[in-house]
Design a protein around this ligand. Structure first.
Ligand code: TYD
Length: 208
């Protein structure tokens, strides 16, 4: 597998997918395995992961605030800018792998695919926010929206969107993976956690 994408940094891995795809559990297990075999790894989640990011997460997800689509995209990008500057880039520069639960690709799927903002605009906004530091490898944990939402009761402001919204998100993730096959690995996540984790470790070539 190509560790892509020409940065010279250690791998910066992102787990993506719709609600209930199991991103957090898979990311957690992969991080544990990497550490067990002696690879230094910093784990982060989006939105959040920094003090600024957690404050923005509250604005975005608590339901107390009602940002419009462009504002929502800008807030996700701002949280991400802080995370990259404060944690991700320093970790990579220090020689650590970074494993991220979501990334800028979530904004392409949710704010473009779900909310209907033009995808190229969301891409540009994020490219500026992250200073061009996109994940080197993205694992798209693929489940149908209905199956994912059936597995995970989500009560935050975005998690309670309509079924059509999540179908659009799933479709947008599929399109992103198809458009960037060198960066994306699509993993069938409608299976037991252990099987999904085994596939990811296999793709990373870090199985014992
Ligand atoms: P997350 O905390 O990962 O929750 P979940 O476990 O439900 O996946 O994400 C919170 C919500 O924010 C989720 O509905 C996805 C959404 N989101 C976006 O809309 N855009 C983004 O850029 C990110 C990172 C998340």
């Amino acid at each position: 597998m190509s560790m892509a994408v020409g940065s010279g940094h250690p791998p910066y891995l992102a787990f993506e997918g719709v609600e209930g795809a199991g991103k957090s559990s898979v990311a957690h297990a992969v991080v544990a395995h990497l550490r067990e075999i002696g690879i230094p790894v910093v784990a982060v989640r989006e939105p959040g992961g920094t003090e600024v990011g957690e404050a923005i997460r509250h604005i975005l997800l608590s339901g107390e605030h009602h940002p419009r689509a462009r504002s929502e995209a800008a807030l996700f990008a701002a949280a991400r800018a802080q995370l990259i500057a404060e944690i991700v880039l320093p970790a990579l520069e220090a020689g650590s792998w970074v494993v991220s639960d979501r990334s800028a690709y979530s904004s392409l799927a949710y704010q473009a695919g779900g909310r209907g903002l033009p995808v190229e605009e969301v891409r540009r906004l994020n490219d500026i926010a992250i200073g061009g530091l996109w994940p080197s490898q993205v694992f798209l944990l693929r489940v149908e929206a209905e199956a994912g939402l059936g597995r995970q009761a989500v009560e935050d402001r975005i998690g309670t969107e309509s079924a059509a919204f999540f179908d659009d998100v799933v479709g947008a993730f599929d399109a992103l993976a198809a458009a960037e096959p060198d960066r994306f690995e699509v993993v069938d996540a409608d299976r037991p956690l252990a099987d999904v984790v085994a596939d990811v470790l296999d793709l990373l070539k870090v199985t014992p």
